[in-house]
Design a protein around this ligand. Structure first.
Ligand SMILES: Cc1cc2nc3c(=O)[nH]c(=O)nc-3n(C[C@H](O)[C@H](O)[C@H](O)COP(=O)(O)O)c2cc1C
Length: 193
């Protein structure tokens, strides 16, 4: 158990590094919600991580279907894969949608102007369009918005918190794969790979 406890800590360090390091494969992850009875997955960017209890965070447009899905059912999963090290992490999570509160405000303050224009688009993400539109204000197609104008995007901004209730970590090794689970009381056990 000492061994997997050490491996778990190492993965948490890689995840922490990935928040600001776009070259770390954990910088993006596959986030899945339930849409009626169908799982629905998409890529999102890891924006923060807290430990004890383990929580991970990403940003989204409040108008997007994923937010409506989380309001219906807060159960979701986050899937990370580090291609070079051949490590897969599957987190079973419960979500909280932070909108127009202190958590959302703090996260908004950290966003770049370049990202803010994505929240200034006229359409809800995933909406059917009659013709092509990048869903950013067209005046900013080649530039960033002014800071003052960018604040209008906050109305569409949400910071999503995922409380991890179970982790499943798989590491592929040529001489024998290692897989283990961490439950919500931080108990670790080996799993068959
Ligand atoms: C590399 C990459 C990063 C992305 N990051 C985010 C993100 O951080 N937040 C987000 O809401 N959508 C992000 N998206 C877009 C989503 O994958 C998705 O297409 C969009 O949010 C609409 O999702 P929905 O209709 O399932 O709500 C990203 C897409 C790619 C390809």
């Amino acid at each position: 158990m000492k061994k997997i406890s050490k491996l778990y800590k190492i993965e948490l360090e890689f995840l922490k590094d990935a928040i600001n390091n776009g070259k770390n494969d954990y910088h993006t992850f596959v986030f899945s919600t339930l849409n009626d009875n169908f799982p629905k997955s998409r890529i999102v960017v890891l924006r923060n991580l807290l430990v004890d209890p383990l929580k991970i965070y990403f940003n989204a447009d409040f108008r997007s279907p994923k937010v409506a899905e989380l309001k219906q059912n807060s159960s979701c999963t986050a899937l990370f894969y580090d291609k070079k090290r051949k490590v897969q992490i599957r987190f079973k999570c419960k979500s909280t949608v932070h909108y127009q509160n202190d958590y959302a405000k703090q996260a908004w303050l950290k966003t770049r102007l370049q990202s803010r224009k994505c929240y200034m688009g006229p359409f809800a993400p995933s909406k059917k369009l009659d013709e092509w539109h990048p869903n950013i204000p067209l005046e900013y197609s080649k530039s960033d918005p002014e800071k003052l104008h960018s604040e209008v995007g906050y109305i569409n901004f949400t910071h999503i918190e995922l409380k991890v209730v179970e982790s499943d970590i798989l590491q592929l090794y040529h001489n024998g794969h290692i897989r283990f689970r961490v439950d919500n009381k931080q108990n670790l056990c080996y799993l068959s790979p």
